[in-house]
Ligand binder design. Structure first.
Ligand code: TA6
Length: 279
């Protein structure tokens, strides 16, 4: 049995979905999933800052913001908002249905010649399908990222597996290109890396919460790994000073050299399947 209610307490319209498999919250603003907790999980899978703003023009801090049609600063317009405009636009809810206990929300955003559609399927797994169609008469290139913020017990004790041997760009050392060694990623400082040309599943191993958060990707050749650590957390007013310890971004993306170019009439869909395994 699924209960679906609407809430406006933050000033933005939030849809609260209470289904047998999971509890989920999503905003039409940014087509933004802000909470997901399977019934079998002791803690939410997604992290949401207690200091997040819920105001037009500002991205909600946490959950799964959609970065589109560019990632990071806009190459040809330094004044443009980072990470594109999809996460600060109201999307159209095309459908919200329950099929055999599975709740499926489909949202749409017109973006000039491009049309973006985001399909959110809620089961024990959170399935996100981000599709873009080119309705124009010329090829169009874009970047996209499902900028997922995950909740962890203590970032200093977490490992990330699945990106061994993958090449990455370190956003803290622009221009440098590295290759991950054969060990899991661990965290002892601000980390901001874009892994490229990898479609592997990325798993957060969390010995504090005794769980793995598994992030399976489809048609996504980039993965961004980000924790702001102490100073960057303090510098963001929509991010609590001590919240860096309890979060980690593992983003499903196509950015930089993995950006997508669509011919007229072309369509591309990337997906993320987010699930949790206790251990
Ligand atoms: O995905 C990592 C990153 O690009 C970081 O460099 C940091 O800027 C983060 O995104 C958050 O960006 P935002 O614009 O949401 O503050």
């Amino acid at each position: 049995m699924s209960t679906i209610t609407r809430d406006h307490s933050t000033g933005l319209e939030r849809i609260d979905i209470d289904s047998d498999p999971a509890r989920t919250q999503l905003y039409l603003y940014g087509a933004h999933v802000t909470a997901f907790q399977p019934r079998t999980a002791m803690h939410p899978l997604l992290w949401l800052s207690k200091s997040s703003l819920f105001q037009p023009g500002k991205a909600i801090r946490g959950g799964v913001p959609i970065c589109f049609p560019w990632f990071g600063p806009k190459a040809d317009d330094p004044a443009a908002a980072a990470h594109g405009f999809a996460r600060t636009r109201e999307w159209t809810l095309e459908s919200l249905e329950t099929i055999d206990e599975r709740v499926i929300a489909k949202l749409k955003l017109d973006a000039g010649d491009l049309v973006a559609r985001h399909a959110i399927t809620i089961d024990e797994t959170l399935s996100l399908r981000f599709a873009v169609e080119n309705r124009g008469a010329s090829p169009v290139s874009y970047e996209a990222a499902l900028h997922s913020y995950f909740s962890v017990g203590d970032i200093r004790r977490v490992e990330v597996v699945g990106l061994e041997e993958a090449e990455f760009l370190d956003r803290l050392k622009p221009g440098a290109r590295y290759r991950q060694d054969d060990r899991p990623i661990t965290f002892a400082a601000e980390t901001d890396r874009t892994y490229v040309n990898t479609e592997s599943t990325v798993t957060i191993v969390d010995p504090v919460l005794n769980r793995r958060i598994v992030n399976r990707k489809s048609n996504a050749r980039s993965a961004i790994v980000w924790n702001p650590w102490i100073d960057k957390a303090k510098a963001m007013k929509d991010f609590g000073d001590d919240e860096w310890q309890g979060m980690l971004c593992i983003e499903t993306a196509n950015v930089g050299e993995n950006a997508i170019t669509l011919p007229p009439g072309g369509m591309h869909e990337m997906g993320a399947e987010i699930s949790c395994e206790a251990f």
